[in-house]
Design a protein around this ligand. Structure first.
Ligand code: COA
Length: 432
């Protein structure tokens, strides 16, 4: 039997260089994560490659370790029974503004140690530490929808899987202004971060990417830790000849009916590059459909197609979950397209930033002050709900209809919708 809840030590550490003391702790941690997500046991080479990418991102690895004797024959005490990874990147919060954000990932608890409060302990401690460091926001992507609301996270962006019919039916109402050509996938090791950076600065909800992305897009690192020779790459050149978009993709094989290409990564820094990369994908001979698992919900492709029903999409899902750690700093960081004043009562289940706040927006800038608790709010919404509306992709009027927001002043939800709007569709191309 495993031990009771108090008998664990929580340790946080960064990835040591190979050969340095502490490297084996990082190896054990990566193996525990792979176990938690039901992967095959990783080879030492695969573990080493994973650790290189984690070190490049300056990840902090958190592990829960048994402090007493472990059961004979079971995993050794230096293999954590629970894992929790964090790193920091910027989040685009609309109108070109960014906010440094605590990204939470690799959350696992070994089956024999679950429901003893380990996730609650690691999450509560980590959020408090991030807030102590001055961060106003945390984010994650969730494997299940019912776990993270209790910690104050709310769904803030969506994505969907699309299957696009690229037979003769595919006709785009778009005159190309640039060109597309195929390239050696390796060029993305250099190009991908720059192109992504442009997209990141343009797109509300975008999160800065980890090292892993350029490796995957260029075929340098597949999920099995090896190179992926099936990866193909096409680059988009703008009218000035500079690369402003790329698509990394794979043909799924002659046995697939209809013959299909799967998009691995599609990053376009201009509206034209996006449509022209789709024109390229649709023009690939001997292929009748293209799938992409990370497509936006509000997709310009739909509106550029002569027949929007070329897109088959049955799988819309939550993507980014946000957790405001500091209401004043998070709200003051944003740009507001509409002037106005809202008094928000914000309960917080972890007590990190509970309070009643007056948000006053004028000329795009906001001043936020904490009021005494007797102040009459316009809206009551818990921190998870406030986090949901923060990127403009979730409508406060809908959340009021759902009972998630209580409207004390008529029209305040619609006012919040206008104030929290962003300049273009929210979409996050970074999974972590
Ligand atoms: C999800 C997981 C991390 C939970 O860890 P845990 O240590 O058992 O969680 P805790 O004991 O700290 O429970 C914390 C709270 O979350 C709830 N909870 C935990 N897992 C849950 C789940 N899958 N669905 C709904 N609620 C869940 C608990 O009931 C508890 O609620 P309470 O504190 O309000 O009473 C663990 O089950 C796991 O490793 N799952 C597989 C990997 C995974 O899904 N990871 C998430 C990746 S995003």
């Amino acid at each position: 039997m495993a031990e009771l809840s108090g008998d664990y030590e929580i340790r946080r550490f960064e990835v040591a260089s190979k050969g340095e003391p502490g490297y084996s702790d990082a190896e054990s941690w990566v193996k525990a994560v792979a176990f938690g997500f039901h992967e095959s046991t990783r080879t030492p080479e695969h573990v080493a490659k994973s650790l290189e990418t984690l070190r490049a991102d300056r990840r902090v690895l958190t592990g829960a370790y048994q402090t007493g004797a472990v059961a004979p024959g079971s995993f050794r005490a230096d293999v954590p029974v629970a894992t929790f990874g964090t790193f920091r990147k910027t989040l685009n919060i609309g109108f070109g503004r960014t906010l440094e954000t605590q990204l939470v990932t690799a959350v696992t608890v070994r089956t024999s140690h679950r429901r003893r409060g380990l996730l609650r302990r690691m999450m509560s401690e980590d959020l408090a530490l991030a807030k102590h460091d001055g961060l106003a926001m945390a984010a994650l992507t969730a494997s299940e929808g019912s776990i993270y609301g209790r910690f104050g996270y709310g769904v803030a962006s969506f994505e969907r899987t699309v299957t696009v019919d690229t037979t003769a039916r595919f006709q785009l109402n778009h005159q190309a202004v640039g060109t597309v050509d195929v390239a050696d996938p390796r060029v993305l090791l250099d190009l991908a971060p720059d192109v992504f950076d442009r997209v990141h600065r343009l797109t509300p909800g975008s999160i800065g990417r980890q090292e892993w992305y350029r490796q995957v897009a260029s075929g340098s690192l597949a999920r099995d830790g090896k190179e992926d020779p099936a990866i193909k790459v096409a680059l988009h050149y703008g009218p000035d000849g500079a690369v402003d978009g790329y698509v990394s993709y794979k043909f799924l094989g002659w046995d697939t009916v209809p013959h299909t290409v799967r998009v691995v990564d599609l990053v376009a820094a201009t509206n034209e590059a996006y449509l022209e990369l789709w024109q390229f994908l649709a023009a690939i001979d001997l292929v009748e459909q293209v799938t992409w698992e990370e497509a936006p919900l509000d997709d310009p492709l739909t509106w550029a197609l002569a027949d929007p029903r070329c897109i088959d999409s049955s799988d819309s899902r939550d993507m980014l979950w946000l957790r405001i750690l500091d209401v004043i700093n998070a709200l003051e960081a944003r740009h507001y397209p509409v002037d106005g004043r809202l008094v928000l009562e914000v309960p917080d289940p972890l007590g990190l930033t509970a309070g009643t706040y007056a948000l006053e927006a004028a000329g795009g800038e906001a001043a936020v002050v904490r009021l005494d608790t007797a102040a009459e709010p316009d809206l009551t919404l818990d921190v998870s709900t406030l986090s949901s509306i923060y990127l403009g992709a979730v409508c406060p009027v809908t959340l009021t209809a759902a009972g998630r927001i209580r409207e004390h002043k008529q029209g305040a939800s619609l006012q919040a919708r206008g104030m929290f709007a962003v300049e273009r569709a929210t979409h996050c191309l970074t999974h972590f």
